[in-house]
Design a protein around this ligand. Sequence first.
Ligand SMILES: Nc1ncnc2c1ncn2[C@@H]1O[C@H](COP(=O)(O)OP(=O)(O)O)[C@@H](O)[C@H]1O
Ligand SMILES: Nc1ccn([C@@H]2O[C@H](COP(=O)(O)OP(=O)(O)O)[C@@H](O)[C@H]2O)c(=O)n1
Length: 310
Amino acid sequence: MGICRSKEKDEVNTSLYEEKQKEAAEHEGAHLPAQPTPAWVEPGTTTKATGDEHAATAKATEAVTNTTAETTGAKPGSAATSAETGPSTTAEVNGAGSLALSGACIVFVLGGPGSGKGTQCDMIVKKYGFVHLSAGDLLREEVKKGTDLGKEIEGIMKEGNLVPTPITVKLLREAMEKSSSGTFLIDGFPREIHQAEAFEQEVKPPQLVIFYDCPEDVLLERLLKRAKTSGRSDDNKETIRKRFKTFLDCTMPVVEHYERQGLLVKISAVPPPDVVFKDTEKAIEKACGHGVSKEQKDLAASYINALPDQ
Ligand SMILES: Nc1ncnc2c1ncn2[C@@H]1O[C@H](COP(=O)(O)OP(=O)(O)O)[C@@H](O)[C@H]1O
Ligand SMILES: Nc1ccn([C@@H]2O[C@H](COP(=O)(O)OP(=O)(O)O)[C@@H](O)[C@H]2O)c(=O)n1
């Protein structure tokens, strides 16, 4: 399991992320988001850092948090200012973007690289109007920005390894809070057990976990074909092999975890997309309700938007 990230490694990296925020605040006008302490970290135990380093990290977080609150015009107690008052809790996170998240239907979409997660998510969105958040896409957007953090993420992805949990959870949570929808497809996440734990603590547990099951030889063939047009630096034979290993070592335990909880629906991803979609439809309708249509979701979202600010 050498390549899976441990909780401890991620805690160290949290302070690294905060340092990057500080640099960005100083040099680029503070447009990087604030990084709240992950829910599992007790205050004062974030890293093996010295007292001085703790003080510097706290200062950096405070500086960036204040600027973020100013730029977003966030109200005291809202998600954007929660880092000022300590580790974020579900209540705080839900406090602002709130109504939508507390009643949200969250579906995790898992499967090996190339199993068709993105393809099925596109079809689900078309039929049911879910908001599709791909963890991989959010990370690639960060890479495109060309920041130090983006460069670091790029290096990790090129090796077929996993990006630290606090970064991915934060990107997902922010994207969810920006959305007025109450139904989310979270694609390619959680990739390891403690990503699942962090997300459940900071946002909420999923209603359903879909796992697209596909043998490696089929996955490899699809990915090599996709490589011709995807422009993805990780769609090459060497990185694909590493991604398969990461999937088996780190993500299969997540699949088993949700199977034990009775939340998992395993679907064969080998048939053509429209055949796979028949099973997908059944799973979605059972977990999130029959007759969820895009129109109904849009209507619900418009009611939520019309509510006065708290
Ligand atoms: N059921 C399927 N049968 C054959 N090819 C598929 C199927 N689903 C997806 N593909 C193709 O396989 C490749 C990987 O699919 P994609 O949705 O990008 O996978 P993932 O998001 O899991 O990496 C794409 O080129 C896609 O067109
Ligand atoms: N939760 C996640 C999702 C993706 N990633 C990274 O992003 C890469 C691409 O993931 P993806 O979901 O876009 O693509 P596939 O590997 O499923 O085809 C992974 O190999 C990881 O390096 C991550 O670190 N953590």
